[in-house]
Design a protein around this ligand. Sequence first.
Ligand code: ADP
Ligand code: MG
Length: 187
Amino acid sequence: MIRRDFKGVIDVITGPMFSGKTEELIKRVRILEYADIKMLIVKPKVDNRFNENKIISRSGVEKQTISAKDGEEIMSFWNNSYDAIIIDEVQFFGWDIIPMIEKLASEGKRVIVAGLDTDYKMQPFGIMPHLLAIADNITKLIAVCLICKNVASKSFRKTKSVAITEVGDKDEYEARCRRCHIKGTKK
Ligand code: ADP
Ligand code: MG
């Protein structure tokens, strides 16, 4: 018998690109699956890098998802038999998902989200500062700087594009430490 009366929690997994956020998210999903926790797994419509209806970590592990453009569309897939909601690339969603997340958590649902803390300019990314502030648990991951091999907590954009939301992978971005990020930006 699954307990449905546990207190809701908001878990946020964050860090730069290539730090294993999706991998960590999928690991949490697997643990919940063992316990028969029913989950809705969501990703934003804008992120079609790998597959429309899957989240796939760079190590190749994948999970079936629904893709939605906003909180309203997420809720159109939701029903109360779910015990948890899992959202990848949460930084791409707008402010409307904040009250949605707070409501689900207050109803005892488990909320686990993963997203970039900062954009390619090292500035806080959209709703992430707010999510980090209301989180019960935060996991901040790190990558390896491709220039100096130090600890990397920044996502460096290799292209000339200036749009904040520019979905991409290894051709467009690389993980860098603060020093190498600043050096590269000045060039
Ligand atoms: P995220 O969701 O944070 O972008 P993923 O879970 O999709 O991360 O992928 C993380 C994987 O990316 C690592 O297991 C590693 O194999 C790979 N990777 C590529 N570049 C780097 C890097 N510079 N530092 C660390 N991991 C990297
Ligand atoms: Mg990811």
